[in-house]
Design a protein around this ligand. Structure first.
Ligand code: SF4
Ligand code: SF4
Length: 346
């Protein structure tokens, strides 16, 4: 499968995506109206606990639901110079967690160096690894030891505990290679209670519906992965599919866009809205541009104009109180139990 960018699909243009979302919800309340009714408009940040750094769109997979439109053909990669600007921002602030994402962040040629430098700063470090990259022959197979050495918390997608469902979303053979990677991680201590090495799995629905309750699904994952494959993991995070990029493409192809948006809007949860991740996270794009979250990043909705817009101009005093840029896709974070990079919110 090719990325939307590679086939020059209309939806590779974020403005086209935003127009589709407006159209699909033209008969429904606007996100801002729902926020206002909940006493949350305008939505404001309350601090910057996490800096989420997207180090590039290159990936060894092309999953059908990917909000990044990542894939092997993407060339956008964060340079070492921009990483140094990130390090300078981290060291000058109280940011407690650095969350590295992509694409497959491991494919950035400066990935290991960046992890080592953040580790030196003594901040909590998270990496969003797609697992299969760890099974690619060569340098990637040594990453489990490297992650353990730097006590990196791992967050990894596994949308189902069956091969059929996982492969239908992430590509043929992905489930088997994910299990191989999970075994490699377990062998160096990941997922064992008390090891200090967190291995968190991520579920997202296979279609246009909301995730089931996280606690119950985590029990099922633990039982099936444990009994069948002897796999241990720390927590399961349930995420809602964000109606942008490749998932929006599949919604439009299936004629499900209006219905899915209706589900998201009708299930707006004010408690989830109060806890959306943009209120305590700042997102950095591969070129250093600042965003409220990784979704806004992919829609090229940079932070409110007038504020420092690039990581080299980072100023925590101003940015931690910024007004957040919201649009109709934000309903993807506030439906039902809510959805964030760490799973359910409410
Ligand atoms: S969802 Fe993750 S693993 Fe899949 S293509 Fe996107 S970035 Fe790569
Ligand atoms: S999509 Fe981004 S900006 Fe909108 S509510 Fe979710 S985290 Fe916040």
């Amino acid at each position: 499968m090719k990325t939307l960018e590679a086939i020059q699909h209309d939806l590779s243009n974020p403005l086209v995506q935003l127009e589709f979302l407006e159209q699909s919800t033209s008969q429904l309340p606007a996100f801002g109206e729902k926020l206002a009714a909940a006493g949350l408009f305008p939505l404001k940040a309350g601090g910057i606990e996490t800096l989420q750094v997207n180090v590039g769109k290159m990936c060894n997979q092309t999953c059908t639901h990917c909000h990044v439109d990542a894939g092997p053909d993407r060339k956008e990669i964060m340079t070492r110079e921009t990483m140094m600007e990130c390090l300078s921002a981290i060291s000058s602030s109280q940011i407690g967690t650095v969350d590295i994402t992509g694409g497959a962040p491991e494919m950035n040629p400066n990935f290991r160096w960046f992890v080592e430098e953040i580790s030196r700063l003594g901040r909590r470090l998270m990496v969003r690894s797609n697992l299969t990259i760890l099974t690619v022959n060569g340098k990637y197979r040594k990453l489990p030891d490297f992650f353990a050495e730097h006590a990196v918390t791992l967050v990894s997608s596994l949308p189902c505990y069956t091969a059929e469902n996982t492969d239908s979303q992430r590509g043929e053979g992905v489930f088997e290679r994910s299990i191989e990677a999970l075994r490699m991680l377990n062998r160096v201590g990941y997922g064992y209670p008390g090891s200090g090495l967190e291995l968190n799995l991520v579920y997202n629905p296979l279609g246009a519906f909301l995730p089931p309750p996280q606690d119950k699904l985590e029990e099922d994952y633990r039982r099936v992965l444990g009994d069948t494959y002897g796999i241990l993991f720390s927590n399961l995070f349930c995420l809602t599919n964000m109606p942008i990029s490749r998932f929006l493409d599949s919604l439009l192809k299936d004629g499900q866009d209006d219905r899915y948006m209706q589900v998201l809007v009708e299930n707006f949860n004010p408690t989830a809205a109060r806890g959306v991740m943009c209120r305590n996270t700042l997102s950095v794009g591969w070129d250093g541009t600042l965003y409220d979250c990784d979704f806004n990043q992919m829609l090229e909705l940079s932070i409110n104009s007038g504020l420092p817009a690039h990581i080299r101009d980072f100023d925590s005093n101003v940015l931690e109180r910024r007004q957040i840029v919201t649009r109709q896709h934000c309903f993807g974070c506030t439906a039902g139990a809510g959805s964030s990079c760490r799973g359910e919110i409410a």
